[in-house]
Ligand binder design. Sequence first.
Ligand code: GTP
Ligand code: MG
Length: 318
Amino acid sequence: MAQTEKKAKSLEDLGISSTILRKLYDAGITTLEALAAANAQELSQTLAIPLPTVQRIIMKARDALGLGFKTALELKKERMALPKITTGSRNLDNLLGGGIETKNITEFFGEFGTGKTQICHQLAVNVQLPPERGGLGKKAVYIDTEGTFRWERIEAMAKALGLDPDQVMENILYVRAVNSDHQMAVVEELRSLIPKENIGLVVVDSITSHFRAEYPGRENLAARQQKLNRHLHQLMSLAELYNVAIVITNQVMARPDVFYGDPTMAVGGHVLGHAPGIRVQLKKSRGNRRIARVVDAPHLPESEAVFVITDAGIRDPE
Ligand code: GTP
Ligand code: MG
């Protein structure tokens, strides 16, 4: 289905009247993505523009972004052509069907010290590699909720790849989220930051720590789950609209009985539940070896991959 508006790159290209364009800008809607995600009823009311007009321009924005109807075959081709980010380990990339998917959420879950944070650091570096080296040639956003981000690791990983460490650090936009509200507000801000800064990856390390601390005990479980679901939905919409890869981490404890009755955990310990996305379980093995396994992904192999954590970063075992 050919889209006539496919070449539109900004709101100005949609052929909208200057009066309406000004109203959109005044309302903070400055990009195709923002318009595509807008609610027609609300926009019509707040901007005093007739509903059919609003519906028409929203549709134009969606078509321009390729969000209109497409055939299943087009969908297949589109999905297969999506670029992926290498993890630094060929074994792990193969397990993931070629690397970390863009337009999707990947969750790494496992005990402390299994390498979740190290993988996040590595991906923030690797996303910057040119496509022929397994990157996207784009920047990373790193949302740190636990204060475990280390620029020293980024520097070491960049050097190991022969990249200019200062340049690589310059291309990682870091934010320390102080609580769950802040964490969610930061994600909202990304709607304007991603197109402006050429972002290819958004890391949230970890997705759950603030939510667990702020909503303790059984009596808060429903509220916690509801808010966490809103956060996941926010992230999924970012992935879909802006073609970025989203990587989240989630610490689970070795003793599974600790989690019985905790509905923020799906069976097996991940938070994604029935949300779309890829869940990767990490386990410790001998020394610096780690074992990764993908759960609940019918399109990926039911196997395990072994990788190692070295001074240079995530690699295959010797
Ligand atoms: P939690 O956040 O506590 O749940 O753990 P995590 O899964 O995020 O673990 P993390 O990614 O922090 O992995 C820690 C592992 O990486 C440890 O076994 C460290 O020994 C290893 N590691 C961290 N930094 C280095 C380094 O500079 N060199 C090497 N060789 N290993 C490192
Ligand atoms: Mg960690």
